[in-house]
Design a protein around this ligand. Sequence first.
Ligand code: C2E
Ligand code: MG
Ligand code: MG
Ligand code: MG
Length: 286
Amino acid sequence: QVKNNGKNHVSFYDAALSRNAVEHFQLETELRQALSRKQLKMFYQAQIDLNTGIIIGAEALIRWQHPTQGLIPPMKFIPLAEETGLILSIGEWALRESVRQAHAWHKRHPEFKKIAINVSAVQIMKSKFADTVYGILMESDCDPSIIELEITESTLMQHTQHVVDTFNQLKKLGISIAIDDFGTGYSSLSHLKRLPLDQIKIDRSFVKDLPDDKDDAAITSAIYAMATQLGFTVVAEGVETEEQEKFLQRLGCQTAQGYLYAYPVNSDDFLQLLVLNNQRKIKRHA
Ligand code: C2E
Ligand code: MG
Ligand code: MG
Ligand code: MG
């Protein structure tokens, strides 16, 4: 009887597995068509100058407007896109779209001076990424200094020489590079010295329990001090409360991003936010 139970259990498990495989395959088929069907959208989350409250830039965050499943967050399809290689075309689209949008905003609102765009390790490893970026810059006539590429710490770990070469090429184009989710990966500090980096983003997991959690307060202070002394600028991500904001301000942190200021929104809503917020703040700080 025990054996029989075991067998039933196994076949039940198999059925669940193959159902998963079918769903997985269907999602992949749909993702292949998502680009040409214009179902991918860029959302934008404000980045705030902590001294003035002015919106000085945005992070571009991708969404999939699925015909039946609604708005699908990136964590549900970026890994699949990476496995299948679809990230190359999706990532290039995201880059082109974000650059075009940022160029338009910067021209009319010069205080908006930075667009941060997430780049997957696969894009860096499997394509002539710097050439792609150069092509997009040429098409859009965009000032390269408003573009910042966000690379996660784990990307830095892999294939170091190629990463170093690509980063150097990107720097020559005049764009800047940020390390995303800093503190969650395992990049050795010597990498930081060797790579041409501009900015460190302190991961949300350290910000979440500020200021009460003594360990997180120590880690955040240490990351900030190290980053500043190495000549990097610092952005704190995931700021949700005024207590967190105060802690970061006291530390000297210049820039923050989080639900306290704004959720990621579509481009129309972002423009409205930019204009309304900055009219108010610029008047106050004039
Ligand atoms: P990330 O780059 O670390 O982006 C920050 C994530 O934290 C975003 O989730 C954002 O909505 C969320 N967030 C921002 N402020 C807060 C806050 O105050 N509280 C909380 N709880 N969350 C906050 P999202 O948009 O779901 O993106 C998740 C991840 O997907 C990103 O993490 C990034 O790694 C990846 N991703 C997004 N867009 C792209 C893209 O165009 N290309 C690639 N390769 N990856 C992307
Ligand atoms: Mg990011
Ligand atoms: Mg991040
Ligand atoms: Mg993060």
